[in-house]
Design a protein around this ligand. Structure first.
Ligand SMILES: C[S@@+](CC[C@H](N)C(=O)[O-])C[C@H]1O[C@@H](n2cnc3c(N)ncnc32)[C@H](O)[C@@H]1O
Length: 187
């Protein structure tokens, strides 16, 4: 019994250390969007004409948002990119348990990935991450249909819409839609 307990404690310590290390490396912890934020983010995709291209969660964490997107948009391909190993493993497991066949999780840095064109991008990052994303999209002249960002704005582009969640922080959700085509050309 003692052996099982010690093993469980060791696994918990190693998992925590792995998450702390990844957080330090990428600049943000894998804290998921709240349920309310997920609803608003997915409604922002559903309410706009974004074609039938993929929906991409840039930094998919434990998979909450991508799993919810896969459920809400069963006809679309959902892609999650995540660098932190433990959250990525958990997201893969949840995908298998829930049987979301339109969803794939890559353990990859989305800044180094060849992101798909004509996609809708979802993110919950940090200021430096938003700047790096903006620079990547501009550099690669990607055709982007939509960006919905929890909490953090793109630094140089005005959002088409800003929704405030009814939570204690009045969390902003930034929506880039009509501006997005010209954005990637003019930056
Ligand atoms: C705050 S969590 C958001 C999780 C999920 N998108 C959600 O809204 O519930 C941000 C995640 O982005 C990941 N991340 C940050 N930069 C990344 C990068 N360049 N490539 C892949 N993942 C990244 C972090 O490891 C973290 O798990």
């Amino acid at each position: 019994m003692l052996f099982v307990e010690i093993t469980a404690i060791l696994i918990a310590i190693l998992a925590t250390l792995s998450i702390v290390r990844s957080t330090h490396k990428v600049g943000i912890s894998p804290v998921p969007s709240t349920r309310r934020a997920r609803q608003v983010i997915l409604a922002a995709v559903a309410d706009r004409i974004t074609g039938d291209g993929p929906i991409v969660d840039l930094g998919s964490g434990w998979g909450h948002l991508a799993l919810a997107a896969a459920r809400r948009f069963p006809e679309r391909r959902i892609i999650g990119y995540e660098l932190s190993p433990i959250p990525w493993c958990v997201s893969i497991l949840l995908k298998k348990i829930l049987g979301r066949h339109n969803l794939v999780f890559y353990r990859r840095d989305y800044l180094k990935a060849d992101l798909p064109g004509a996609a809708a991008f979802l993110c919950y990052l940090f200021p430096g991450g938003m700047q790096a994303l903006e620079e990547k999209l501009a550099r690669e002249k990607k055709q982007v249909r939509l960006i919905v960002s929890n909490t953090f704005a793109l630094p140089r582009v005005a959002p088409d819409e800003l929704i405030r969640l009814k939570d204690i922080y009045r969390t902003p959700i930034y929506i880039y839609h009509k501006s997005i085509a010209s954005m990637t050309q003019s930056l």
